[in-house]
Ligand binder design. Structure first.
Ligand code: ATP
Ligand code: MG
Length: 452
C-alpha cells in the first residue's frame, strides 16, 4: 500500500483526520457576493462546468466578511495546473516554481487559480520533488496537491482559510475562521512556531493583517514572533523588499511601524532605524509623519514611491554615518557620498533596494543640502530637478519632526508659487552665492550625475 494512504489511515484511526467542516449558508453570512467581478465568476463557472470543485478563498472572503470591498480574488480548485490550462486554453499561463499556479487572463485582468495543496508533512518519500524543506524547517517548495480540507489547514491564518462556494453561496470553514473574524482575531493555523519556521514571512503577514484589519493577534500566535524574528534572515532580501512594500504601501503604514518595533521584526528589516540603534533627533517622529503622509496619499489615490519611504527610514542612519565620516576628517561632500554607500550596503543585506528606487533615494538625500543654497540660478535649476518635489517634501517633514528650525520649507513653498519678480525678491538679501567659499581640493570626487 502506498505510504501516503497508510499515513491517511493512521490519521483516521487516531482521530486526527479531516478537520470539522462548518457550512455557513447564503443569507447567514455577510459576504458581499455582488462585489465578485464577472471575470472571477467566469473562472469559477468554467471550472465547475468542467467537473472540478472551485472556490473563492483567502483575503477576498476575509475582507468581505468584515465589510470591506474585496478587490483581489483568489480561486482554489481541485483541478491540477494542467487541467486548469486545459479548461482555459490560451488565456491561461502556468507560473511559479516554489508554488505552481495558473494565471487566467481576461482582458487586462488576471485571476490567480491555485490547486488545493496538502501540507508538507503529508508528502511521502515519492513526493520529495514536489515539496521540500530546508534543515531549518523552511518550506522551499509547496506543490503537493490535496483535498479541500487539506488546503484549508495549510493556509496561514484561520481568517484566510474560508472558502466561498458560488454554486450555492455558502461559506465553508474548516478552522473556526468565521468565529475568529467575528472576534477580529488573527490566529495561525496549527503549531505557531512550526508554521513560522516553515515560512518566516508569516510573521510579517501577521503584522500586516493586524494593521490593515485592526485585528489582534491571538496570544499563542503573537508569543513566538520576537524570538523567531531572526529567521527572516533565511528569506532572500528581494522577497523581503516585496514584503516591505506590502507592509508600507497598503494604506496602513502608520500602524505597521510600531507593530514591527514591538514584535522585534523591524530589528531585522531595518536594523539601522530602530530606537536604541538610532536615536537621532526627531528620527522616529520623522518616520511616523512620513508613514502618516503615505497613508493619506494612498487614501486620496495619489502615488507613493518606495524611494521616499526608504529615504525617510534611512535618513537618521545616514546622518550618523555622515557625521562619523566627517569626524574621521573627511570633508562634507565626500563624507556624504561615503555615508550613502555605507547605508545602502548595510541595508541591502536585509532588504534589497532595487536601483530604480535606490537612485532617486540618493538624489533626495543629496538635494537636502542644496535646498539651503539659494542663489537665483541655483533655485531655478533645483526646481527643474526631477527629484525636487520629493526632496522638498522630505525637507518639510524634517522641519515638522523638529530636526530643523522651521523656515526653509516655508521659503520654498512661497518660492514655487511666486512669479519672476517675487522670486528675485525672495532671493535678495540671502547672501547665497556671494558667500566666500573655501577652495575645493583639486582632486575631489566627481559629483554623481543628478539624472537617473
Ligand atoms: P491581501 O491580498 O489582502 O494581501 P491575502 O490573504 O489575499 O491578503 P495573499 O498573499 O493574496 O494574501 O494570499 C492569498 C491566500 O493564500 C491567503 O489568504 C492565505 O490563505 C494563503 N497564503 C498566502 N501566503 C501564505 C503563506 N506564506 N503561508 C500560508 N498561506 C499563505
Ligand atoms: Mg490576495
Amino acid at each position: 500500500m502506498p505510504k501516503r494512504l497508510i499515513n491517511k489511515f493512521k490519521e483516521w484511526f487516531s482521530g486526527n483526520g479531516d478537520p470539522q467542516l462548518r457550512v455557513i449558508p447564503r443569507g447567514q453570512h455577510q459576504f458581499p457576493e455582488e462585489d465578485i467581478k464577472g471575470q472571477v465568476l467566469s473562472v469559477l463557472d468554467g471550472l465547475t462546468d468542467a467537473g472540478y470543485e472551485a472556490y473563492l478563498v483567502g483575503g477576498s472572503i476575509r475582507d468581505g466578511l468584515i465589510g470591506l470591498h474585496p478587490k483581489d480574488f483568489d480561486v482554489a480548485t481541485s483541478a491540477t495546473p494542467e487541467q486548469i490550462k486545459a479548461v482555459f486554453g490560451r488565456n491561461c499561463r502556468l507560473i511559479g516554481r516554489r508554488f505552481r499556479l495558473a494565471h487566467v487572463r481576461f482582458g487586462r485582468d488576471i485571476i490567480e487559480v491555485a490547486t488545493f495543496r496538502a501540507s508538507h508533512s503529508k508528502a511521502d518519500d515519492d513526493d520529495q520533488h514536489h515539496s521540500s524543506q530546508s534543515e531549518e524547517g523552511l518550506l522551499l517548495r509547496d506543490n503537493v496537491f490535496g483535498t479541500l480540507a487539506e488546503d484549508a489547514v495549510r493556509r496561514d491564518f484561520t481568517a484566510n482559510a474560508l472558502y466561498y462556494r458560488h454554486t450555492d453561496g455558502a461559506v465553508l470553514d474548516f478552522v473556526n475562521g468565521y468565529e475568529d473574524i467575528q472576534q477580529r482575531t488573527l490566529r495561525l493555523i496549527g503549531d505557531p512556531e512550526q508554521r513560522y519556521r516553515e515560512d518566516p514571512v508569516r510573521m510579517l503577514r501577521a503584522v500586516r493583517f493586524a494593521a490593515k484589519l485592526d485585528f489582534h493577534l491571538a496570544p499563542d500566535t503573537a508569543a513566538p514572533i520576537g524570538e523567531l524574528s531572526e529567521l527572516l534572515g533565511l528569506i532572500p532580501p528581494a522577497r523581503l523588499f516585496e514584503e516591505v512594500l506590502k507592509l508600507f504601501m497598503s494604506g496602513h503604514a502608520q500602524a505597521v511601524w510600531p507593530l514591527l518595533l514591538d514584535y522585534q521584526l523591524a530589528h531585522w528589516l531595518f536594523p539601522l532605524s530602530v530606537p536604541g540603534r538610532n536615536d537621532a533627533t526627531g528620527m522616529q517622529t520623522l518616520i511616523g509623519l512620513a508613514l502618516r503622509n503615505t497613508d493619506e496619499r494612498l487614501a486620496q489615490g495619489k502615488p507613493v514611491t518606495p524611494a521616499f519611504l526608504y529615504a525617510v527610514l534611512l535618513w537618521g542612519p545616514l546622518q550618523q554615518f555622515w557625521q562619523r565620516a566627517q569626524d574621521d576628517g573627511m570633508s562634507p561632500v565626500p563624507a556624504l557620498q561615503k555615508a550613502i554607500q555605507q547605508v545602502i550596503q548595510q541595508q541591502a543585506q536585509h532588504t534589497s533596494i532595487p536601483k530604480r528606487f535606490g537612485i532617486p533615494m540618493r538624489e533626495m538625500w543629496e538635494l537636502q543640502g542644496r535646498l539651503s543654497q539659494r542663489s537665483p540660478k541655483r533655485c531655478e535649476a533645483l526646481l527643474q530637478h526631477p527629484r525636487f518635489r520629493a526632496a522638498y517634501d522630505l525637507l518639510l517633514l524634517r522641519e515638522e519632526a523638529g530636526e530643523l528650525e522651521p523656515g526653509l520649507g516655508d521659503w520654498w513653498t512661497r518660492y514655487q508659487t511666486a512669479d519672476e519678480a517675487q522670486r528675485a525678491e525672495l532671493c535678495k538679501g540671502l547672501g547665497a552665492g556671494k558667500k566666500k567659499r573655501r577652495r575645493r581640493p583639486r582632486n575631489r570626487r566627481p559629483k554623481p550625475s543628478p539624472e537617473s
